[in-house]
Design a protein around this ligand. Structure first.
Ligand code: G3P
Length: 249
């Protein structure tokens, strides 16, 4: 069975109540393939999750942008996986490079978060990706493999995990990876899964590309055989997000 295309909109730390309502209204009017063909996951900031969930069309799903590494308690400012489940939020993005870089989230910490979130019944978009320096040093695959291994060390069942390959140098820069660059890393990641996890997981796991995806470049990227979707930042706040969803077909 083929891998179902998945498109995520990561709104990051953007939006007011009014803007959120407008974006959701645009999404709700968009003509897109059925959810049997493309899975769409919208990830607003925590504070807007209930609003977005209540207004959003039922064929699109909602994700949090992060959650805490274990059961809640005395962790001021954190949001637990249990809370997301309690609100009916099915997805969470973990290990985004902005959190790795700005908040010091290590590979091991991200691995622990993924394991805990899966244990709560959440589906996880786990982000990996190299910096420009790492790419120029020729260590892209070492970096991405180490990030993925730290997750593999903590979980056995990959059914509810999607990997988002987001080269840091492509995020928010307008400097998108070429389709060939994205395909190369996605294919190498699949080989990594084959060698280190299983042939079944290598074949079935979905690998999204993220980093300056736009309405203009999505078609070419989507045509690559190992690109199973997109995790979109800036363009997910704009009407062109509908074009990106449609790039699957
Ligand atoms: O998670 C999505 C992201 O980091 C890519 O952001 O703005 O380059 O599409 P952007």
């Amino acid at each position: 069975m083929g891998r179902k295309f998945i498109v995520g909109g990561n709104w990051k730390c953007n939006g007011t109540t009014e803007e959120v309502k407008k974006i959701v209204a645009t999404l709700n009017q968009g003509e897109v393939p059925s959810e049997d063909v493309v899975e769409v996951v919208i990830s607003p900031p925590f504070v807007f999750l209930p609003l977005v969930k209540s207004l959003l069309r039922s064929d699109f799903h909602v994700a949090a942008q992060n959650c805490w590494v274990k059961k809640g308690g005395a962790f001021t400012g954190e949001i637990s996986g249990e809370m997301l489940v309690n609100l009916g939020i099915p997805w969470v993005i973990l290990g985004h490079s902005e959190r790795r870089a700005l908040l010091g989230e290590s590979n091991e910490f991200v691995g622990d978060k993924v394991a805990y979130a899966l244990g709560q019944g959440l589906k996880v978009i786990a982000c990996v990706g190299e910096t420009l320096e790492q790419r120029e040093a020729g260590s892209t695959m070492d970096v991405v493999a180490a990030q993925t291994k730290a997750i593999a060390d903590k979980i056995n069942d990959w059914t509810n995990v999607v990997i988002a390959y987001e080269p840091v140098w492509a995020i928010g820069t307008g400097k998108v990876a070429t389709p060939a660059q994205a395909q190369e890393v996605h294919a190498d990641l699949r080989k990594w899964f084959q060698a280190n996890v299983s042939a079944e997981v290598a074949e079935s796991i979905r690998i999204m590309y993220g980093g300056s995806v736009s309405g203009a470049n999505c078609k070419e990227l989507a045509a690559k055989s190992d690109v199973d979707g997109f995790l979109v930042g800036g363009a997910s706040l704009k009407p062109e997000f509908i074009d990106i969803i449609n790039s699957a077909t």
